[in-house]
Design a protein around this ligand. Structure first.
Ligand code: HEC
Ligand SMILES: [Cu+2]
Length: 364
C-alpha cells in the first residue's frame, strides 16, 4: 500500500469498537484545522495584495476597534475549543474505562527490549503475537522489564505506556477478524523500530481451534524430524533474530553446519551437533564474532528431543528460509528496512550496553 507515511492510506483500518469514535473526532479536528488554516492564509494573501505599498486603495478611516468582531473571533474559537475538549474528554473516559472483568478477556503483557510477551489466563504464552476473539472485550495489564515502552495497536486505536515497576492497562474490543499490527510507540533503544508483532483477531470457532492446539498457530502434524524442528523454530521465534542472512540481531544459521565458527575471544570451533546444541542451551559460552551475548538462554526451557529436531532443521536452512512473516512486518514499517547484506558493525556496537543487562536477566 504505497510508501512511507502513505502506506496505511489516510488512517489504518478501523477494527475496534472504539475506532469509529476516535476517527470521527480525529477527522473533525483535522478538518477544523484545515478550515482555519485555509481561512487565515487566504485572508493574509488577500490583504497583503490589496494593501501592499503603492496600490491605490482607500487608507482613510482606519478601524481601531470593533467590539462585535472581537467578540466573534474570540467567542467562536472558544466555543469550538471547549467543544473539542468535551468531546475528547468523553472519548478518553470511555477508552480508559476498563471493561467488566466478568465480560472480558484479561491478558498480561510484558514489554522488554525488544519483544512483547503476552500471557493468557489459561497459561498460553505468546511472543510478539497476540490472539484474541472478535467481539470480546480485551483488557491488557502491562509492565515493562526494562525501559519505557508503549503498546500500540493502530487498527484498534489503542495505545498506552508500558512502565517499569508499575502496572498500566489498556482495553479494546476487536470488531473485525484479521491480522493487525503490534508496535512499540515509545522510543526505547536501538531496535525500537523492530519491537513489532502481529495481533490476530479470530472468530470464536478459529479461536477454539487455536486453543485446541494449545494456543499454537503453527502446529500441524510434522512428518519428519526436520519438520518438527521447524515448528519449534517457529514457536520459539528463533526467526525473530536469525534470518536467512547475517543481520545486526544475530548471525544467519543457513549453511553453518559443519563450518568453522569464529568467536569474539578469537577461538574457533567446528559447528557440529554438539556445538549447535550448546549454542542453543548455553549460548553465552561461545559468542560468535561480531555479536553480543544477546541470545536468550534456552537451557531449561527446551527438551533434548526439541534440540535434536532443531539441529535437523538448522541443517536444512538456506539463505531464503528461516525468514518468517515477522520480516515482512519489519520491512513494511518505514525506516526499518534492514539491508541484511550490509551489516553495520557500528550499529552492533550500540547494543553493548544492553548486552550486560540481557545477560543478567538471562541468568534468572
Ligand atoms: C534475541 C535474539 C535471538 C534469538 C531469539 C535466538 N538467537 Fe540464536 N543467536 C543470537 C545471537 C546474537 C547469536 C550470536 C551470539 C552467540 O553466539 O551467542 C546467536 C547464535 C546462535 C547460534 C550459534 C551461531 C553461530 O554463529 O555459530 C545458534 C546455533 C543459534 N543461535 C540458534 C538459535 C535457535 C535454535 C534459536 C531458537 C530456539 C535462537 N538461536 C534464538 C540471537 C538470538
Ligand atoms: Cu519499546
Amino acid at each position: 500500500m504505497g510508501w512511507g507515511p502513505f502506506q496505511y492510506g489516510v488512517q489504518p483500518e478501523a477494527a475496534s469498537a472504539h475506532a469509529p469514535y476516535y476517527d470521527a473526532l480525529f477527522i473533525t479536528i483535522t478538518l477544523l484545522l484545515l478550515l482555519f488554516t485555509v481561512g487565515t492564509v487566504a485572508a493574509i494573501i488577500y490583504f497583503v495584495t490589496k494593501y501592499r505599498r503603492g496600490t491605490k486603495v482607500d487608507r482613510k478611516n482606519v478601524i481601531t476597534h470593533h467590539t462585535g468582531l472581537e467578540l466573534i473571533w474570540m467567542g467562536v474559537p472558544l466555543v469550538l475549543a471547549l467543544g473539542m475538549f468535551a468531546w475528547s474528554a468523553r472519548n478518553f473516559i470511555s477508552v480508559r474505562t476498563m471493561p467488566d472483568p466478568a465480560e472480558s478477556t484479561e491478558i498480561f503483557c510484558i514489554g522488554k527490549k525488544w519483544m512483547w510477551h503476552f500471557q493468557h489466563m489459561n497459561g498460553v504464552r505468546e511472543n510478539n503475537e497476540l490472539t484474541v476473539v472478535v467481539g470480546q472485550p480485551v483488557k491488557i495489564t502491562m509492565i515493562s522489564q526494562d525501559v519505557l515502552h508503549a503498546l500500540y495497536l493502530p487498527e484498534m486505536r489503542a495505545q498506552y505506556h508500558v512502565v517499569p515497576g508499575r502496572y498500566t492497562d489498556l482495553q479494546f474490543t476487536p470488531t473485525k477478524p484479521g491480522k493487525y499490527k503490534i508496535l512499540c510507540a515509545m522510543h526505547c533503544g536501538t531496535q525500537h523500530s523492530e519491537m513489532v508483532g502481529q495481533l490476530y483477531v479470530l472468530t470464536p470457532t478459529e479461536y477454539a481451534e487455536w486453543l485446541e492446539k494449545g494456543g499454537n498457530r503453527y502446529k500441524t502434524k510434522p512428518t519428519t524430524v526436520a519438520e518438527a524442528g521447524k515448528q519449534i523454530w517457529e514457536e520459539k521465534q528463533c526467526a525473530n533474530c536469525h534470518t536467512g542472512v547475517d543481520n545486526p540481531r544475530a548471525p544467519s544459521l543457513a549453511g553453518i553446519f559443519g563450518k568453522e565458527r569464529v568467536f569474539t575471544d578469537g577461538t574457533k570451533r567446528k559447528a557440529d551437533r554438539d556445538y549447535i546444541r550448546e549454542s542453543i542451551k548455553m549460548p553465552h559460552n561461545m559468542i560468535t564474532k561480531g555479536y553480543e551475548n544477546t541470545m536468550p538462554v534456552y537451557g531449561g526451557t527446551i527438551t533434548e528431543p526439541q534440540v535434536l529436531a532443531l539441529i535437523e532443521y538448522i541443517k536444512t536452512l538456506t539463505p531464503s528460509t528461516g525468514d518468517f512473516e515477522r520480516q515482512d512486518i519489519v520491512n513494511s514499517i518505514p525506516g526499518t528496512n534492514r539491508d541484511n547484506s550490509n551489516v553495520d558493525v557500528a550499529n552492533q556496537g550500540q547494543s553493548a550496553g544492553n548486552a550486560q543487562f540481557r545477560s543478567a536477566e538471562d541468568k534468572r
